[in-house]
Design a protein around this ligand. Structure first.
Ligand code: HEC
Ligand code: HEC
Ligand code: HEC
Ligand code: HEC
Ligand code: HEC
Ligand code: HEC
Ligand code: HEC
Ligand code: HEC
Length: 458
């Protein structure tokens, strides 16, 4: 008995060992399969990079020019490029990189691009890290906080299903903004690399504007933005963003407090696309960090009250969103959504959906990726959630009360329209049942011009 028991035991020991031995190569296979296409990210097989991606995502796509031959010294690069790219050389001459401290050598072109002209590179953050380890490590540390963050922005864009679903001309611009992850010249632009430029709100709004993230619009509508616009020209921007140096805060003053290259650590409501509980202990730590920022200029208790107004606004918004979501879920369970899931075109990457077509409603069911192939009432809910709601959030976060009012009015209108449409769909459904007639719309949706075009052009 004892002997055979022991034999069994030895046999079972092999099961996890074999499983582990199999898991390792399977893991590698999965990763390399994902990376197998010409593009990058989860759906690399579904898209090909455009030429400009070699600059936006240089680590993945940059290939050196080979038209000029030779290995050059720093001075040689500058001399020839004064004729080839005079603007770049002029900016570089004005930058701290060329006007180094006494006794230190200038940081020449080759420190960032290499010295062999047939093996040039475009600098990724790792190249800057060689001399700016602190900023780089803070930046990379953002990954700990998950999405959204600057450090993860590129993955987030290329791993989004709508990135591979739409024709390339429509999505090419994604990477222009999401390249904040793959190069360091987003806020202090090349080749001045000026800290003063990055301190100003204009450094952020090239990317942080527009309906799903109206940071630009809400900041400039706030008391802070108004003061900045009126007086900012006369402030001394060579000073670091520290207590006492500025009368009113800019984006970086609040989000990169103390010059920390880290925008994700204080974030409570994040992008605003899902409801969270602001009262957890982790969020209380973040709230205190926010209050510390406000306290450079305001009284702490007053600041907490202002920030809690944001939570109140969020609760109000989510009550409206859930009401709309429930209505649409009811329609789904009564099979009243038209066209139904099986009658719409699939995303190119949807395998599960092919076997089990299902309308996805709300964030947790994956609507974040289902922007386009949806019925009108779902799209209206999407607009309410993604544009009206996110606008209201940023208005409340940035102290723009008029913006909050206007966005909530839009949410109310959207909710009203969703209710009307739900009613109309019910009436139409009853008619269909009565006369046993239903037009199958898949011919129109699945073979539409746009759908065909998408299949060919990505
Ligand atoms: C501190 C690092 C750094 C230094 C020094 C530097 N560059 Fe750059 N350079 C960059 C970055 C960052 C980019 C943008 C990379 C990208 O788009 O992927 C760039 C892009 C370029 C480009 C292509 C994009 C464009 O705007 O045309 C050229 C050409 C270029 N640099 C030339 C030079 C020359 C010439 C010098 C020396 C006078 C120089 N660089 C010095 C960091 C540097
Ligand atoms: C004899 C002139 C000459 C010298 C010296 C020279 N370059 Fe260039 N460089 C050029 C020309 C011409 C181009 C444009 C090549 C093209 O578009 O095919 C260029 C392009 C570049 C680009 C842009 C490449 C791209 O893909 O956009 C970078 C970066 C660059 N040079 C960096 C350097 C660096 C760094 C040095 C010094 C190690 C240097 N160059 C020395 C003439 C020169
Ligand atoms: C070879 C070293 C080296 C590399 C590589 C380098 N830098 Fe610098 N950087 C310097 C030096 C030196 C200064 C001058 C200030 C100092 O002493 O810290 C400086 C200053 C700066 C400043 C401050 C400018 C100001 O207005 O105060 C910024 C911003 C900056 N670098 C960004 C970058 C970025 C972005 C990259 C990568 C594309 C980069 N640097 C690559 C050495 C380097
Ligand atoms: C080149 C474009 C670009 C610039 C410039 C830029 N950002 Fe961003 N930022 C992004 C993108 C893209 C994301 C979202 C990343 C993702 O998808 O995860 C983001 C996310 C953020 C977040 C969200 C972090 C979170 O946890 O919710 C904050 C805060 C932020 N940026 C602040 C700033 C500030 C402040 C500036 C200016 C000093 C700035 N950004 C400049 C593109 C940019
Ligand atoms: C104008 C600049 C810009 C463009 C263009 C842009 N984005 Fe973004 N994106 C942002 C910013 C800024 C944020 C984060 C805003 C915030 O946190 O409030 C963001 C957020 C996101 C997020 C959500 C991040 C998260 O973790 O929740 C995804 C996914 C995303 N973008 C994908 C894309 C795709 C795909 C495209 C192209 C169809 C695109 N973006 C185009 C600037 C841009
Ligand atoms: C989201 C905008 C943003 C991005 C992206 C960004 N920076 Fe900065 N950077 C700033 C701001 C704002 C300052 C000024 C901080 C201050 O006043 O203390 C700054 C200042 C600097 C300085 C000067 C620091 C000093 O104390 O003089 C260096 C060096 C620097 N950044 C390097 C980098 C490097 C390396 C990267 C890429 C890993 C990077 N930055 C990406 C916004 C940015
Ligand atoms: C007075 C400080 C302050 C200023 C100035 C400011 N913000 Fe914010 N921002 C906040 C607060 C507070 C939140 C909400 C944080 C939370 O609770 O999640 C927020 C939210 C955000 C978010 C959503 C992600 C996050 O961290 O929660 C982004 C992105 C953002 N702001 C970008 C910007 C940009 C870009 C500017 C300038 C145009 C700017 N902010 C100006 C305080 C500020
Ligand atoms: C660098 C200084 C500074 C910082 C930091 C700062 N503020 Fe302000 N804030 C001001 C100034 C100046 C005014 C306009 C004068 C006033 O009303 O007190 C103002 C006005 C306001 C107003 C409008 C007040 C009213 O009565 O109309 C609100 C709300 C506000 N701040 C909230 C915040 C919050 C929340 C934070 C932190 C996330 C913050 N501020 C951080 C300087 C600052």
């Amino acid at each position: 008995m004892a002997r055979s028991g022991k034999g069994n035991h030895v046999q079972y020991v092999w099961i996890p060992v074999i499983a582990a031995l199999l898991a390792v190569p399977l893991g590698f296979m999965y990763v390399s399969w994902n990376k197998a296409g010409e593009g990058a990210g989860l759906y690399s097989r579904q898209w090909q990079p455009d030429a400009v991606f070699s600059y936006w995502n240089p680590g993945e796509f940059y290939r050196s020019v080979d038209t000029v031959q030779g290995v050059f010294s720093g001075e040689q690069c500058v001399q020839c490029h004064a004729a080839v790219t005079p603007g770049i050389v002029k900016d570089w001459r004005l930058s701290r990189h060329s006007t180094a401290a006494p006794g230190k050598k200038p940081v020449y072109c080759l420190s960032c691009h290499g010295d062999d002209h047939q093996d040039l590179h475009m600098p990724t953050p790792d190249v800057c890290a060689g001399c700016h380890a602190i900023q780089h490590s803070q930046f990379v540390d953002e990954k700990r906080y998950g999405f959204p963050s600057h450090a993860l922005a590129m993955e987030r864009a290329v791993d989004a299903r709508h990135f591979v679903d739409k024709p390339k001309p429509e999505v090419t611009s994604c990477l222009q903004c999401h390249s904040v992850a793959t190069k360091c010249d987003s806020c202090h632009t090349r080749h001045r690399f000026s800290a003063a430029e990055a301190r100003r709100s204009e450094a952020c709004i090239t990317c942080h504007s527009g309906p799903p993230h109206p940071d630009d619009e809400t900041f400039f509508a706030s008391a802070h933005g108004k003061i900045y616009r009126q007086e900012g020209e006369n402030w001394d921007w060579s000073k670091p963003l520290r207590k006492g140096n500025y009368k009113s805060p800019t984006c970086a003053y609040c989000h990169m407090a103390e010059g920390k290259h880290q925008v994700a650590d204080k974030s409570i409501w994040k992008f605003g696309i899902l409801e969270i509980n602001p009262d957890t202990s982790a969020n209380e730590v973040r709230r205190r960090a926010w209050i510390k920022v406000c306290s450079d200029c305001h009284e702490a208790g007053w600041s907490r009250d202002r920030l809690e107004e944001l939570d109140t606004e969020r609760k109000r918004a989510w009550r409206k969103l859930y009401e709309a979501e429930d209505l649409i879920k009811d329609l789904r369970s009564e099979e009243l959504l038209y066209p139904a899931a099986g009658e719409r075109p699939l995303y190119p990457v949807d395998v599960i959906e092919k076997l089990w077509p299902r309308e996805r409603i709300g964030f947790y069911e994956g609507q974040a990726s289902a922007f386009y192939n949806v019925s009108p009432i779902e799209r209206d809910y999407f607009d309410m959630w993604y544009f009206d709601n996110l606008g209201a959030y940023k208005g409340a976060a940035h102290g723009a009360p008029n913006f909050v009012t206007a966005q909530h009015q839009k949410m109310d209108q959207a909710l009203k329209s969703i209710k009307q449409q739900a009613k109309a769909l019910r009436t139409a459904g009853e008619q269909e049942r009565l006369y046993k007639e239903r037009v199958d719309p898949s011919a129109l949706w699945k073979q539409g011009e746009y759908t065909e075009y998408n299949k060919e052009h990505n």
